[in-house]
Design a protein around this ligand. Structure first.
Ligand SMILES: [Zn+2]
Length: 198
């Protein structure tokens, strides 16, 4: 059966595992989500499974547990609205009505501060490996649910809005597959169908 999600009036998806992150703030007055930003993350990098991503977004990651954490993540305060695990499981950390801290310094065709007007989705993965079919299924169903509830009109990779600084979701992320599974029109994928700068 095709997966379906629904965004509730509070910006949460009831069918997702809900893990409210403290790394959240109000969106600027009048800002509504129009952009979905696709990321990848794995902790430690390149290792899948375990609960370290959730621990990071909940500010409870034990940074002494791995040298990468100690070198890179101590005191880091980040979040994304959603994480999609390798088996397609959906976790939600921030209400879509609120501003999560996933994009950092970023620009969507000249509009900066993408966290103000975007929803961040982290796929558990890396730049070096393919994503799982179950992840595309969940991402497509999630994107459709978000587009049904908010005036979403574009999807972008983190690397599209922070070029030179970010590389995720990486070369293995299949935008054609995502478009096919969502049935979204070409204009929802501006970085695929029009140049990033004039
Ligand atoms: Zn990212």
């Amino acid at each position: 059966m095709k997966q379906r999600f629904t965004v509730g009036a509070d910006g949460w998806i009831a069918a997702a595992r809900q893990l409210p992150s403290p790394n959240v703030e109000a969106r600027p007055a009048g800002a509504v989500p129009t952009l979905i930003v696709v990321h990848n993350i794995s902790l430690p990098p390149g290792e899948f499974g375990g609960g370290a991503i959730a621990d990071l977004f909940l500010n409870r990651l034990d940074c002494d547990a791995h040298p990468y954490y100690a070198a890179n993540l101590r005191g880091v305060r980040v979040s994304a609205h959603f994480v999609i695990h390798r088996d397609g499981t959906l976790e939600q950390f921030v209400s879509c009505d609120e501003r999560a801290w996933h994009a950092g310094a970023s620009s969507f065709f000249g509009r900066e501060r993408c966290n103000d007007f975007s929803i961040g989705v982290e796929l558990e993965g890396s730049d070096a490996s393919a994503f799982e079919p179950a992840q595309y299924r969940t991402l497509a169903a999630l994107a459709q649910a978000l587009a049904a509830h908010y005036p979403i009109d574009a999807l972008a990779g983190h690397s599209d809005i922070a070029p030179g600084r970010k590389t995720d979701p990486g070369p293995h992320f299949d935008w054609t597959r995502l478009q096919r599974e969502t049935s979204f029109p070409d204009q929802y994928f501006p970085y695929r169908y029009r140049p990033a700068s004039p």
